[in-house]
Design a protein around this ligand. Structure first.
Ligand code: ADP
Length: 257
């Protein structure tokens, strides 16, 4: 296991009106690592993912990706650098097939492919594949999540689990080095959750660092041992899950003290 830092979040603050959704959050993520980000509803987890992925700009603080300052960059530039995410509620293009959805994501992430991406969005006419060939990346992403057999199905006809896998495939098609995964296991059964856990573990082994936001502690426990615990915009704990289970502040938050 390498300990090379890939992401460093330094004292990030984000306010919504008078509410401090993120109050001086600092954390690091290392290569080949899955970091669990946990905490009760409203503690700021999704806001932090939104800030790291460029959807929100922080009010204060700095974020470095492989020593490059990234906290002022928009999402597409971050995707070019190798940071991408899944969404809590996946929003595929319903009229497109599974494969086309992944293709659009891959085009978006390729610098030279952006023009093709916008053309693809505007019309579903055949695009000039030779201009920007993302087919290998698309097939690889579909294989990793196991959706290759459903690639010609319309996204609108997928079930919840398949939609989550599609969301993951779309992020993977951008060839991320850092993947942010927001509540992907919510609403899935045990078999589906176990399958997702295996996929994430194998991705981390293959050099993708991952931050996983999740309510479900059994899911987190399966895929990682290191967690950051948030409560009301504050980071209240960083360490192993076993240490967290014995930390009075964490116990109080989780047992609703
Ligand atoms: P979590 O993901 O841990 O459930 P969130 O990051 O979604 O928490 O929310 C943290 C706090 O910030 C909550 O109080 C939430 O209502 C507030 N919040 C999140 N996004 C916005 C927004 N766009 N506008 C106003 N308040 C927001």
């Amino acid at each position: 296991m390498s300990h090379k830092e890939i992401l460093r979040v330094e004292s990030i603050e984000k306010k919504f009106g008078g509410l401090k959704a993120l109050n001086k959050i600092s954390l690091s993520v290392y290569e080949n690592e899955i970091l669990g980000l946990v905490g009760p509803n409203g503690s700021g987890k999704t806001t932090l993912i939104n800030v790291i992925s460029g959807i929100y700009k922080p009010d204060n603080g700095k974020i470095y990706f492989k020593d490059k300052r990234i906290d002022k960059l928009p999402p597409y530039k971050l995707a070019h650098l190798g940071i991408n995410r899944t969404f809590q509620i996946p929003k595929p293009f319903h009229g497109l097939t599974v494969r086309e959805n992944v293709e659009v994501a891959a085009l978006y992430a390729g610098k030279q492919c952006l023009r093709t991406f916008f053309r693809r969005l505007k019309s579903l006419k055949t695009i000039n594949k030779s201009y920007c060939n993302v087919e290998d990346d698309v097939q690889k992403a579909l294989n990793i999540v196991g959706l290759e057999k459903l690639q010609d199905k319309q996204a609108a006809h997928l079930n919840t689990s398949e939609q989550k896998l599609l969301g993951l495939a779309r992020a993977l098609a951008t060839k991320p080095k850092l993947l942010l995964v927001d509540e992907i296991a919510a609403g899935l059964n045990k078999e589906e959750t176990d399958r997702l856990a295996d996929i994430l573990i194998s991705l981390a082994k293959n050099s993708i660092a991952i931050i996983v936001v999740e309510h479900l502690m059994h899911f987190i426990r399966k895929i990682t041992s290191r967690v950051v615990v948030m409560d009301s915009g504050l980071e209240i704990f960083e360490g192993t899950i076993d240490q967290a289970a014995n930390d009075p502040k964490v116990v109080e938050v989780f047992l609703g003290g």
